[in-house]
Design a protein around this ligand. Structure first.
Ligand code: SAM
Length: 288
């Protein structure tokens, strides 16, 4: 099958099947061979690897993945793309296509069934409307995900890499830091896609830590505290956490913990780094 990284081949297959792009599925297909090569290289794929691809589209990146990896499993929500994928991937016997919403797939069970529970790598040009739930879902699941190399909106890549004091800093930055090491592979302009997205994009590689960089007694509580702090970004931690419905701590408990940590009473969540959030959660757990 012709290389779909060539825009002419992409147009040809789309016209042949009368495919209509669905905005609601975030369909922007890659049409740049250099970007595709870069993604494959950044993901560090070998013939021993099992790759989960999210949203293969017409199979452009899937062709590159199938060449480099041992096995590829691609999950695509749009059933209109399935006959196209059957055609564009017909030459590969190491690719499985699943017609499903990735948010409904049990990735841990999939890794067990298809790869004997060994670590898997996720590689994708993600649908931008669900980037955060996909990445958080992969981290929070018990799936053995070793790395995630993905195309995301440029602004989301910046949020993942930012720290206290930056306007981009938030719950996603902290979650990514807790679970992984983030590396910005490349910025990608809109003309590398068909149709062109309105925003700039970036490829980011998240390599999962063997152990989280901070110790917490209750991981769920840490993320509750983080979410509550950034949900009410303009409030002080005392007011934000003390009034949060999901947390069973009083404003007085929070005030005491903040004082014990040597922080000013007016401190806001956006000023705390991951280590401080971990300490805050550990102290709140004891105060509970
Ligand atoms: N990988 C292709 C490429 O690079 O050309 C397509 C990438 S496009 C940005 C995102 C793809 O994800 C589309 O094919 C879209 O139909 C698919 N998609 C959207 N939502 C999905 C979901 N919830 N589960 C699985 N696939 C989804």
């Amino acid at each position: 099958m012709a290389n779909l990284g060539n825009p002419r081949n992409t147009v040809e297959i789309i016209q042949k099947h009368g495919f209509i792009f669905q905005k609601k599925f975030g369909q922007n297909f890659l049409i740049d061979t250099h970007v595709l090569d870069k993604i494959i290289q950044a993901a560090g794929i070998t013939k021993d690897d099992f790759i989960l691809e999210i949203g293969p589209g017409i199979g452009t990146m899937t062709q590159y993945l199938a060449e480099a990896a041992g096995k590829v499993c691609a999950v695509e929500i749009d059933r209109n793309l399935i006959p196209i994928l059957e055609e564009t991937l017909a030459g590969y016997d190491n690719v499985t296509i699943i017609n499903e919403d990735i948010l409904k797939v049990d990735v841990a069970a999939l890794a067990k069934k298809e790869n004997g529970g060994r670590p898997i790598k996720v590689v994708a040009n993600l649908p931008y409307y669900i980037t955060t739930p996909i990445i958080m879902g992969l981290f929070e699941s018990k799936a053995p995900v070793e790395s995630i190399t993905v195309m995301v909106q440029k602004e989301v890549a910046e949020r993942m890499k930012s720290g206290p004091g930056s306007k981009d800093y938030g719950a996603l930055s902290l979650a990514v830091q807790y679970y992984a090491e983030a590396y910005l592979v490349a910025n990608v302009p809109p003309n590398c896609f068909m149709p062109r997205p309105k925003v700039g994009s970036a490829v980011i590689r998240l390599t999962r830590h063997r152990e989280p960089p901070v110790e917490v007694a209750d991981e769920a509580l840490l993320f509750q505290v983080i979410r509550a702090s950034f949900n009410q970004r303009r409030k002080t931690l005392q007011n934000g956490l003390g009034n949060s419905a999901g947390l069973s701590v009083t404003k007085e408990d929070v005030a005491k913990v903040i004082e014990d940590m040597g922080l000013p009473p007016t401190v806001r969540g956006e000023a705390l780094n991951l280590k401080q959030f971990a300490e805050l959660a550990n102290r709140l757990e004891k105060a509970d």
